[in-house]
Design a binder for this molecule. Sequence first.
Ligand SMILES: Cc1cc2nc3c(=O)[nH]c(=O)nc-3n(C[C@H](O)[C@H](O)[C@H](O)COP(=O)(O)OP(=O)(O)OC[C@H]3O[C@@H](n4cnc5c(N)ncnc54)[C@H](O)[C@@H]3O)c2cc1C
Length: 455
Amino acid sequence: MHFLIIGGSDAGIAAGIRAHELDPTCEITLVLADEYPNYSICGLPFFLSGETPDWHSLAHRTEFPGIRLMPNHAAESIDPIGKSVVVRNGSGVQLELRYDKLLIGTGARPVRPNIEGFYLPGVFPLHTMEDSFAVHRFMEEQQPKSAIIVGAGYIGLEMADALTHRGIRVTIASRTETVLATVDPVYGRLVEAELQRHGVEVWNQVEVTSIQSLDSQLSVLGTQNFSRTADLVLVAVGVQPNSDLGATAGILTGTKGALRVNRRMETNLADVYAAGDCVETWHRLLNRYAYLPLGTTAHKQGRTAAENAIGNNREFAGSLGTQVVKLFDLVAARTGLRDHEARRAGFDSFTAQTTVWDHKAYYPGARELHLRITGDRTTGCLLGAQLLGHKNSEVSKRADIFASALYHNMRVEELNDLDLSYTPPLSSPWDPVQMGAQFWANAVRKESPVVIPSA
Ligand SMILES: Cc1cc2nc3c(=O)[nH]c(=O)nc-3n(C[C@H](O)[C@H](O)[C@H](O)COP(=O)(O)OP(=O)(O)OC[C@H]3O[C@@H](n4cnc5c(N)ncnc54)[C@H](O)[C@@H]3O)c2cc1C
């Protein structure tokens, strides 16, 4: 059996590894358009900040037993009838590769907004290793003192942290109401305060319209009279599925043009699977497909596809949209649905917010941890959680407890039954997760005077 994989990042590599684990006799070929198999693009902000100075260390493995890697080979077309793929290598030579089973893991590409001057020197997107090298080269050669980041999603914010770390003065311009629009505005504003505490200037509800060269700088203009100059501009306004290859071959597409797959990660073409940022993702709570491009999801989908390709029967369990980001000393995380998302999906949602100590207040270093829990008033089921706290407050561990509870359809009150670990320097006999759950339940029963509706 020849398993051909297109794409050498999270989805593709996870698939290749799993196929070889389960069937070492399976012939596996992996083609990727660039030269960086298995490189963690999630690590790019930390390479650019200088915290991980050697980009080579972004890949913990560069060789995979049982997988024939073909870097610098871009797939150009798929013939689903003849079961072959035409690829072109870096020297322009074309060759045809036959397959028994095919996986498409071509990922995403950054949205290129309609901003005049987007292609000027000194203006960069950030999605690939090559993008990061271009930014890095510019920083080494031009020694920029200031930067404007267009977009305040997690990549834009991680880059605000990274550039500040390098001593560059950062301004963020975003069209959202607050930064980090994946959490409620009340938390977005706390993130904003952390950015400002580190000298980052934040402009919300600004639509950047043009970038112009002005002397040796770049002048960025937008709505709300936004007008700033800087040495470097980074545009991070989201991604879109890189699905053209699959779509041209006849694979149906859905949300945002992502490839349609079932939960076995099969497309509508026989023996053709797809996984990662190029596909629609099954949402476990919404019971429908959505576009949720995340590295964690890409790995699981690639693994699921490989299991099915070698003859097992496995379904992707679905995403909860669990995500976490560190910005300076702050960590923000979310899992599941926010109030308005749950309401739109037909749940009787109710959100309560509380702030507790991350560990026993008598032990040095206790800090406030903010929790915002969304549950269903009728069934008592947990629907989602947002958390914000200091980077040493085990925010992601706590978000993951909520994610695990969501996976098992737990009721909010059942969180109190979990046997969680405790020692005063790290937690309390009731972990903050459980204090939040108790607060939510009391608020629902109208026993608590403080209920903060979703902003
Ligand atoms: C700066 C940054 C930070 C991030 N941080 C996080 C994080 O902290 N946590 C998280 O969960 N996610 C994070 N993500 C998202 C995560 O990196 C992606 O969800 C993940 O990389 C998707 O993996 P993928 O395999 O689907 O696609 P990609 O990583 O996009 O890789 C696509 C692969 O396909 C290859 N390819 C494309 N077209 C062709 C073709 N025609 N022929 C051959 N090969 C082709 C490419 O060369 C590449 O190997 C981050 C992303 C970025 C950009």
